[in-house]
Design a protein around this ligand. Structure first.
Ligand SMILES: NC(=O)c1ccc[n+]([C@@H]2O[C@H](COP(=O)([O-])OP(=O)(O)OC[C@H]3O[C@@H](n4cnc5c(N)ncnc54)[C@H](O)[C@@H]3O)[C@@H](O)[C@H]2O)c1
Length: 361
């Protein structure tokens, strides 16, 4: 069968688009960037100059890009508040789409989107990017092979630092609840929830959360004074896993000295593993790593050995999108169904933190 090159229209040409989506599209032999949309003219200029997109395919209204007959598939990298209407418009147009995380503003929107894609059978992907880290895929495989036995504990930490006072980060959309939904929780915590679910293959049965805000006023972007930051700066939570294991999560934008620091420790009856990202000790690039402690002699000696990661686990997010659209996905990328499960967990943390109680899922 002849391989189909998918003509992609990208909406939201900001930092993740420029850093990951557009380079990923350019790299894939199965994708071609043909149209872009952004409300900021500078972003459109960037796409024109960097990727040679002609004026006629630069849009400011996402409906025009989605309905453009030259566009086969939609790539959405805008702030969170517009993921849902854009994804729904793609479904309406019958076009496959990839959407950034958190998938929607809340579980109510997520349920509607899930129902819509299922009814119309639209190929889709949610950009939980850490599923594409080779160490995470290797960890998942080891858990699935039973190398760790029964999972008792998972501890996931995801720390960034750009919320700290000395960073003077202004009131960008990520601090405005009406645009972002939640703060550190939806931004980083949604990744953590997805990654633990991905690696363990288990669901969350109940959650309890503690969230908080350290800086409630930030400088407005137009320099006209201070504006409100009404989102969580940190979010810690605990979850029960479907197989009875206990998971803990520590999530913050106030982790001094950290960049995009992730650690997931998984402890089972037969062994333990540690997934790391952005750890710079003996790892100058901070690339993802996996350490494992298998069998009693290693456990008795407290030895965690670093495993070389086989090439078969190395993959790319945008190529995965191409594979999904071409009907040959590996089933490991997150879909709207995963995004829906994720938004229910995010909402449960919010609910729990507000009420001070465990919330069942
Ligand atoms: N998967 C990951 O690891 C990861 C990493 C970073 C960001 N993200 C997600 O990606 C999304 C974008 O984040 P970012 O850091 O690139 O933000 P950003 O602010 O850098 O870029 C967003 C872009 O969207 C444009 N935009 C806003 N509203 C629009 C609209 N209605 N129509 C068209 N364009 C519009 C903005 O002008 C801007 O260019 C967020 O949902 C974020 O959570 C995911």
């Amino acid at each position: 069968m002849e391989k189909k090159v998918i003509r992609v229209g990208s909406i939201g040409i900001g930092s993740i688009s420029r850093g990951v989506h557009l380079p990923g599209i350019a790299k894939s032999p199965d994708l071609q960037l043909v149209a872009v949309c952004d409300i900021n003219p500078d972003a459109l200029k960037y796409a024109q100059e960097t990727y040679g997109i002609d004026e006629a395919h630069c849009f400011t209204d996402y409906h025009d890009l989605i309905n453009c007959p030259d566009v086969d598939a939609i790539d959405i990298s805008t702030p969170n508040d517009v993921h849902f209407p854009m994804a729904m418009a793609a479904v309406e147009a019958g076009k496959p789409f990839a959407v950034e995380k958190p998938m929607t503003m809340n579980a109510r929107e997520a349920d509607i989107l899930q129902k819509a894609v299922a009814e119309k059978n639209i190929p889709n992907m949610v950009c939980f990017s850490y599923r594409f880290k080779a160490a995470a895929r290797y960890a998942r495989d080891l858990v699935q092979q039973g190398a760790l036995g029964k999972i008792y504990h998972v501890d996931m930490q995801y720390y960034q630092a750009w919320g700290l006072p000395w960073c003077h980060t202004p009131q960008v959309w990520r601090f405005v609840k009406a645009r972002t939904g939640t703060g550190a929780l939806g931004d980083l915590g949604s990744h953590a929830l997805d990654l633990v679910r991905f690696v363990t293959g288990q669901e969350y049965t109940k959650l309890v959360g503690h969230t908080g805000n350290f800086i409630s006023q930030r400088e407005k972007l137009d320099g006209s004074g201070m504006g409100v930051s009404d989102v969580d700066d940190f979010s810690n939570y605990m979850a029960e896993l479907s197989d009875g294991g206990a998971a803990t999560f520590r999530i913050t934008r106030f982790g001094t000295g950290r960049g995009n620091y992730q650690t997931m420790e998984v402890y089972g009856s037969e062994g333990a593993l540690e997934y790391r990202l952005d750890h710079f000790e003996n790892n100058p690039t901070g690339e993802d790593e996996i350490y494992i402690c298998i069998s009693k002699p290693h456990a008795d000696s407290h030895v965690f050995a670093k495993l070389p990661i086989p090439d078969k686990y190395k993959t790319d997010q945008m190529q995965s999108f191409a594979d999904i659209v071409n009907g040959k996905g590996d089933g490991l990328a997150a879909t709207v169904l995963d995004g829906d499960v994720n938004m229910h967990a995010v909402d449960a943390v919010v609910d729990s933190a507000e009420k001070g109680v465990w919330v069942k899922l």
